[in-house]
Ligand binder design. Structure first.
Ligand code: NAD
Length: 286
C-alpha cells in the first residue's frame, strides 16, 4: 500500500478562505478581528513563529499587533499589558508566545488572559472545557490535526487512536479531542515500555514526541492514517518529523509530510480561533 500524502497547505488554504469570508461578514458589524501577540526575550525560533503568525493574520484580513519585550522585562509589566488588552474592544484574541523567561510564572500569565480572548486555548478554563467536551478555543495544533482528519474524511468514531506524546499543548488535548469524537484512545510517552506494541494497534497514529525516526514501518499497522506533528532539525539542516516518512508511507493509508503537513494548520487554527472570538464578541456565535 502506498499512502496518500496529505497536503496540509491545501487544507489550511480552505480553512483560511472560510475565515476570510467570516472576516468580511464581521465588517457589517463594524468589527475587524484583532489579535495581540506578546513575546518576551529574543528566542530566534519564537521570533520566526511570531512573524509568521502576524503575516498569516494580515493575509486573512485580521488586525494583528505584536508586543515585543526584552528578556529582562518584569513579569508585572506583561501582566499589566494583558489586563489592558483584556479590556480593549479592538482586540479579540491574546496570545503569549512560549517559552517565557525562566523567572516568569507561566501559569499566572496564562490565567490572566481573559478566557474569552484565550485563542491559544491554554487558560485553565479552556483546558477544563476541553476535558468535558465544551471547548470554545481548542489548542491550535491538535485542532489542526482534527481538521485534517475531517478534511480527509478519515472516520474517527470507533477507531483505535494512539497518540505518541503527552504534552499539555499537543498530546493531551489531542487525545481529549479524539476521545470526544468517540475514538478509543491510548496515550504513549517517554516512559511507555515497548512503544511498538501500542502503535501497531492504531488505525490513526498521531505522533508528537520531537524524536526523529521514532516511528518505523514495523511499528505501524497496514492501512493506518499517520499524522506526524514532530518538527526536528537534523545536524545537516534538514527539517524532519518523528516518523520514518519513506518507510511508513509504503504501509499507511494516509501520511502527513514534514514540512507541509500539520505545520501550516497550527497558525491557521489560531486565525480561526481569533475569528471565532470576534464572532462571539459581536454576538453571532455562542
Ligand atoms: P514536549 O517536549 O513538550 O513533549 C514531548 C512528548 O513526547 C512528551 O510527552 C514525552 O514524554 C514524549 N516522548 C519523548 N520521547 C519519546 C519517546 N522516545 N517515545 C515516546 N514518547 C516520547 O513537546 P511538544 O511541545 O508536545 O512537541 C512535540 C513535537 O511536536 C516537537 O517536535 C515540536 O516541535 C512539534 N510541534 C509541532 C507543531 C506544529 O505546528 N507542527 C506544534 C507544536 C509542536
Amino acid at each position: 500500500m502506498v499512502a496518500k500524502i496529505i497536503d496540509g497547505k491545501e487544507v489550511a488554504a480552505k480553512v483560511r478562505e472560510d475565515c476570510r469570508q467570516r472576516v468580511e461578514a464581521l465588517g457589517a458589524f463594524g468589527t475587524r478581528p484583532g489579535l495581540a501577540v506578546i513575546i518576551v526575550g529574543d528566542n530566534p525560533a519564537s521570533k520566526v513563529y511570531v512573524a509568521n503568525k502576524a503575516k498569516a493574520c494580515s493575509e486573512v484580513g485580521l488586525n494583528s499587533k505584536v508586543h515585543a519585550f526584552p528578556a529582562e522585562t518584569e513579569e508585572a509589566e506583561v501582566l499589566r499589558l494583558i489586563d489592558t488588552l483584556n479590556h480593549d474592544p479592538s482586540i479579540h484574541g491574546i496570545l503569549v508566545q512560549l517559552p517565557l523567561p525562566p523567572n516568569y510564572n507561566v501559569r499566572r500569565i496564562l490565567e490572566t488572559i481573559s478566557r474569552d480572548k484565550d485563542v491559544d486555548g491554554f487558560h485553565l478554563y479552556n483546558v477544563g472545557a476541553l476535558a468535558v467536551g465544551s471547548s470554545i478555543f481548542p489548542p491550535c495544533t491538535p485542532y489542526g490535526v482534527s481538521k485534517i482528519l475531517e478534511h480527509e474524511h478519515i472516520e474517527v468514531a470507533g477507531q483505535n487512536v494512539v497518540v505518541v506524546g503527552a504534552s499539555n499543548i499537543v498530546g493531551k488535548p489531542m487525545a481529549l479531542m479524539l476521545m470526544q469524537k468517540d475514538a478509543t484512545v491510548c496515550i504513549c510517552h517517554a516512559k511507555t515500555r515497548d512503544l511498538a506494541q501500542f502503535t501497531i494497534l492504531a488505525d490513526i497514529l498521531v505522533v508528537a514526541a520531537g524524536r526523529p525516526n521514532l516511528i518505523l514501518p514495523q511499528m505501524v499497522k497496514t492501512g493506518a492514517a499517520v499524522i506526524d506533528v514532530g518538527i526536528n532539525r537534523l545536524p545537516n539542516g534538514d527539517l524532519v518529523g518523528d516518523v520514518d516518512f519513506d518507510g511508513v508511507s509504503q504501509k499507511a493509508s494516509h501520511i502527513t509530510p514534514v514540512p507541509g503537513g500539520v505545520g501550516p494548520m497550527t497558525v491557521t487554527m489560531l486565525i480561526e480561533n481569533t475569528v471565532q472570538a470576534a464572532e462571539r464578541f459581536v454576538g453571532i456565535k455562542g
